[in-house]
Design a protein around this ligand. Structure first.
Ligand SMILES: [Ca+2]
Ligand SMILES: [Ca+2]
Ligand SMILES: [Ca+2]
Length: 222
């Protein structure tokens, strides 16, 4: 945009919001990071964490407007899992998954009321966590029907590959509640496991950030 106004002999710059653009940042594939079996106690330190450093710029603005996360991992019992996204701004993480099929009384890994959903995750069938998904992650393995041990979520016929965050007993929060933060800094996906025997690994993950660039618009006055 260029606007010329006569009579002042100056150059002006206007900061104008532009359209949302999306940038993706990926760790892996092939990370092969083991999730500590039955290690989760509610703390970040009890989880497997993996970081992505997001720089300034990179084809978009630095102010977050939308967030989604793709995770490729294996696990033989999805009801064991708690998965959280930590943003560079700190504060409470966004809980993407909280032990599907278990009704938690606290976010401490100690619930013994049941084992939760028994279906599997596979690296070849990554899942997307996004606010707009039809099914909450608490329903993983329950849609379109109750999957059995060995059935892989997203690979099983009719099983969705996208889920919205389910906080369980953790601090509530949607991914897009991170809007307005700076994207710049360290983002972490952390995965906890709350029951013995079944295990899994993190193979890779992708962070997709919609940002709103602020573009400088020139106009001259002469
Ligand atoms: Ca749950
Ligand atoms: Ca099941
Ligand atoms: Ca386990």
């Amino acid at each position: 945009m260029s606007i010329t106004v006569r009579g002042f002999g100056c150059l002006f710059l206007l900061a104008m919001p532009a359209a949302v653009s999306a940038q993706t940042y990926t760790a892996g594939p092939g990370l092969a990071l083991a999730i500590p079996d039955n290690g989760y106690n509610g703390s970040q330190g009890s989880m497997l964490c993996n970081a992505i450093a997001v720089p300034s710029g990179g084809g978009g603005g630095d102010t977050v407007s939308t967030v989604s996360v793709d995770i490729a991992m294996s696990h033989t019992f999805v009801g064991d899992l708690t998965i959280k996204l930590f943003s560079p701004a700190g504060g409470s993480p966004i809980t993407l998954v909280s032990r599907p099929g278990v009704v938690e009384t606290a976010d401490d890994g100690n619930d013994t009321a049941g084992f939760g959903e028994n279906s599997n995750l596979a690296i070849a069938n990554p899942l997307t966590y996004v606010d707009s998904a039809t099914d909450p992650s608490e329903q993983m393995g329950k849609v379109p029907s109750d999957l059995a041990t060995g059935d892989v979520i997203c690979a099983f016929a009719g099983s969705p590959c996208s889920y919205s965050p389910s906080p369980g007993a953790a601090v509530p929060g949607t991914l897009n509640s991170l809007a307005g933060q700076s994207k710049v800094g360290t983002w972490q996906v952390c995965i906890g496991d709350s029951a013995a025997a079944d295990t899994g690994t993190l193979d890779g993950w992708t962070l997709t950030l919609g940002t709103t660039p602020v573009s400088l618009q020139h106009f001259s006055v002469d």
